[in-house]
Design a protein around this ligand. Sequence first.
Ligand code: HAM
Length: 421
Amino acid sequence: MTIQSIRGMPDILPEQAGAWLYLEKAVARLFASYGLTQIRTPIVEETRLFARAVGDVTDIVEKEMYSFEDRSGESLTLRPELTAGVVRAAIEHGLLHNQTQRLWYQGPAFRYERPQKGRYRQFHQIGVECFGFPDAAMDAELIELTDALWSELGIREHVSLQLNTIGSPEARARYREALVTYLTAHFELLDADSQSRLQRNPLRILDSKDQGTQEVLEGAPSLESYLTDDDRAHFGRLTAHLDAAGVSYVLNPRLVRGLDYYGRTVFEWVTDELGAQGTICGGGRYDGLVAHLGGKPTPGVGFALGVERVVLLMQTLAVIPDTVTSQADVYLMAQVPVAESAIRSLARKLREACPELRVMTHIGEGSLKSQLKKADKCGARVGLIVGESELENGTVVFKPLRGGDQEILSQDDTLRRLQRG
Ligand code: HAM
């Protein structure tokens, strides 16, 4: 029996990895242009970090964590998300003392969910966390940043922004009481999941997809009417900034998100193109989390996108440039074995002169015909061939592989031609 990968933990094969790198490059460039710096935290943390940060009675902590005891009996967990670890690290290393932080990260996360298209047990997030900014301008800046990313990736027309404010903890506590009273009176009409959530995490019932529960919710008190004046003003500033920036949004009073640390702003970017797992990115404000984890009270706001889902969406919409899926721009071939060292030294010159150019040399034997086949297969635009006479004259056969006539050029002209693109 051969050994297989773990269910829900797919390999990212070479044909996929180009798209991943393309996304990661776009992110690294864009995030740097917003003044973000990167942080990398461990994949494993103490279990109680997630219980405290994400919340004891959330689905993630109750049902989805990969927790285990290490050899010394300590309970550890593979991170189900990255915000908790980033906050832990920021407190631990004094990153929040009299300074603000604008941080980003990327890496795997683990949730024991039922695998399906767009939902995995090991998946990857790219995210941002900003600390020390109570102003809604930061919420707006992060949303604008994601908007810019979708535009750059060519998927902006196929995603929409869902936006809500869930108010301060005081407002939520008062609302929670009213909601529980109302739903208790309609207990029999709720689905089983919502019934079990009623005492533990009633706000999540607002997210229920069950038809009967949805009908009960029609008549439920709204969170909106429990917001404080400050909550309203904060949200008003956010929407004013978004309006000014031309970022459109859909107000969704039912959007509450599945992690306990949020307060005020919550948002999700969703698409219709991916079936059931259409949320490609989610985030919000969490002004209480740093203090809740033992740090000095410090406002926080952030988001994370699901790399698999964004890549899937780019593939579905066929917006990934061909150069991303091809292996090389130029393929060098020796028509006779004595020309092999010449093509190797030419390849090296090309790589030094044009660092962005992807240069592949033919390795091993093969007729010119079979070498040209390989050149075509790797997606190269140009073939460079050195035969006996080129070797003698220090020239190269410059052969466009996607249409056009071949020419004989000097090595220097070949370089110049490729530098021009
Ligand atoms: P989240 O909504 O749980 O938020 O996850 C963020 C994104 O990760 C989702 O929108 C989705 O695209 C992706 N994702 C989640 N679970 C899976 C899965 N099983 N398979 C594939 N993709 C998945 C958070 O994790 C928060 N930490 C976001 C945040 C950062 N809020 C503030 N700062």
